[in-house]
Design a protein around this ligand. Sequence first.
Ligand code: NAD
Length: 395
Amino acid sequence: MNLNPDILELLKHPKRALIVSLPVRMDNGRVKVFTGMRVQHWDAFGPFKGGIRYHPLVCLDEVKALAIWMSIKTAVVGIPYGGAKGGIVCNPKEMSDNELERLTRRFTHEIIDIIGPYRDVPAPDVYTGAREMAWIYDTYSEAQGYAVPEIVTGKPIAVGGSLGRREAASRGTVITVREAAKHLKFDLKGATVAIQGFGNVGYYAAVLIAEYGSKIVAVSDSQGGIYNPKGFDPKKVMEHKKKTGSVVGFTGTKKVSNEELLELDVDILIPAALENQILAKNAPRIKAKIIGEGANGPTTPEADDILYKNGVFVVPDILANAGGVIVSYMEWVQNLTRESWTEEEVNRKLEERMVQAFDEVYKIHQKEKIHMRTAAYVVALRRITEAVEARGIFP
Ligand code: NAD
């Protein structure tokens, strides 16, 4: 695309990275200090935007990478946001609800100077959800002295969350997989699907693709995976997970590892857990025809080349899971205007934007004979270049 090297130089560096120490009084009376971070990558189109991840292994480099992907993602789908990401090094599975609340509120307090409805609007990511967003909303609003629902997206509906936001990333992923299947001339009805990760994105992806008549044959979480070639009902698997803490052990299924799940003989594979799952070593064994990247960064660049050569159609993360940030944008707009839209309206707008973005990327992929991922970068970088050239470099 003859990218201007100045643009590349600019995008290599996040605009700002803030690391904060978070002292929290634990339930046993002792104080524990956690590390939190917020990386703001780019904001020429509008406020920084991106989720907050709670994970024992989260680190600054990971959060920087996730922030860059957010900048690219918002540009691929053409919404007026930049890119950011946050993280707290902690293990939420070992913390009580009260400890998590104190941690979330203290983090909000420590980053309060760099966030804001027109500055940086956080959202949920791995091991955070509507509950954490409500605490951020409340802490920020208490500091301002009035309610500011537009400070954060992915909130509970009761405090200004948008209908359709919970399922949005998954709905978008399923829409792009459906569009890919159309081009590959096969029907989602009866297609077999394996999903890695059974959290927000993985679970709703299973439920929504099953509505097209696809058969969910394997799912997994951090404890391992389950497989039944005849298929199973993801809603029943969720009931089992709620009771036992994992998908593993669900009736009529055989246990598989997370690695084995990726290599199953299925039509569609949806990674919806963490980064670096499809690598040069396992990519040659992947049998799926379509990979819809619900997760961010599940495929390494080396693996990408192998998949492309083997004719696997990859819908890249920066396109496939953009439904999350698209409906976050709609939530923000509803909050700013103090309106609320119906679920039908939200889903219709999401469908339109996803299909439009998919078509735009697909055309470049066909015309230039390049990966869908490269094509998505071309779309995003063209938009970013135009914006940077129009605004100029300060001073
Ligand atoms: P979540 O916390 O709701 O779920 C994460 C799931 O991954 C859980 O089922 C967990 O058990 C599983 N998991 C964790 N470690 C694993 C491992 N090593 N192997 C297999 N499974 C593992 O998180 P989420 O919001 O569903 O996010 C999942 C992915 O989707 C992340 O890459 C995230 O960045 C991306 N994403 C999320 C959103 C959103 O709106 N929540 C939007 C776009 C992209």
